[in-house]
Design a protein around this ligand. Structure first.
Ligand code: UDP
Ligand code: MG
Length: 148
C-alpha cells in the first residue's frame, strides 16, 4: 500500500472546500491515516517547496501558502501517489480535466487549492516533514469491499 501527502491550501480552506476534497478521497476508497489543520511558519513552507526556490513564482507561492491555515493529510491505498495526482488534476487548472478537484473548483495556477506528492520518494519525505509525530495505523472495515 502506498501513502501520499495531500494538502488543502489556504484558498481551499477559505473557500469551504475541505469537506469536498476529503469526501473525494474517502469515496475513492482511500484511507485517511493522518490529518491536521494548522499554519506552519514561512521557513517550514520554504522547506516543503525547496525544489522550486529558484523559480520566479517562488516568493508569491510562499506568500500564498502562508496566507492562512492549511489542512495536511496522509491518504493510504493502492497507487495512492499517482491516483491522488489524477484526482487533483493538472498543476494549471486550465489544463485540468473537469471532474478533477482543480478542474472543478479553481481557475488560476497560483490559487490551485490543493497539493499532492508527485512520487513515492517525495511522498515519504513530505510525510516525514509534515507528520514527524507519525501517522495512525488502523484497519478499515471497508477494505475487503475495496480490495479483492
Ligand atoms: N505554481 C505557480 N506558478 C507556476 C507553477 C506552479 O504559482 O507557474 C505553484 C502552484 O500553486 C503549484 C505549486 O507552485 O501547485 C507547486 O508547483 P509544482 O510544479 O510542484 O506543481 P504541483 O506539484 O502542485 O502540481
Ligand atoms: Mg509539486
Amino acid at each position: 500500500m502506498e501513502r501520499t501527502y495531500i494538502m488543502i491550501k489556504p484558498d481551499g480552506v477559505q473557500r469551504g472546500l475541505i469537506g469536498e476534497i476529503v469526501k473525494r478521497f474517502e469515496q475513492k476508497g482511500y484511507k485517511l491515516v493522518a490529518m491536521k489543520l494548522w499554519s506552519p511558519p514561512r521557513e517550514f513552507m520554504e522547506k516543503h517547496y525547496a525544489d522550486l526556490s529558484s523559480k520566479g513564482f517562488f516568493a508569491g507561492l510562499i506568500n500564498y501558502m502562508v496566507s492562512g491555515p492549511v489542512v495536511s493529510m496522509v491518504w493510504e491505498g493502492a497507487n495512492a501517489v499517482l491516483e491522488g495526482r489524477k484526482m487533483l488534476g493538472a498543476t494549471k487548472p486550465s489544463d485540468s480535466a473537469m471532474g478533477t478537484i482543480r478542474g472543478d473548483f479553481c481557475v488560476e495556477v497560483g490559487r490551485n487549492i490543493c497539493h499532492g506528492s508527485d512520487s513515492v520518494e517525495s511522498a515519504n519525505a513530505e510525510i516525514e516533514l509534515w507528520f514527524p509525530e507519525g501517522i495512525s495505523e488502523w484497519e478499515s472495515c471497508e477494505s475487503t469491499w475495496i480490495y479483492e
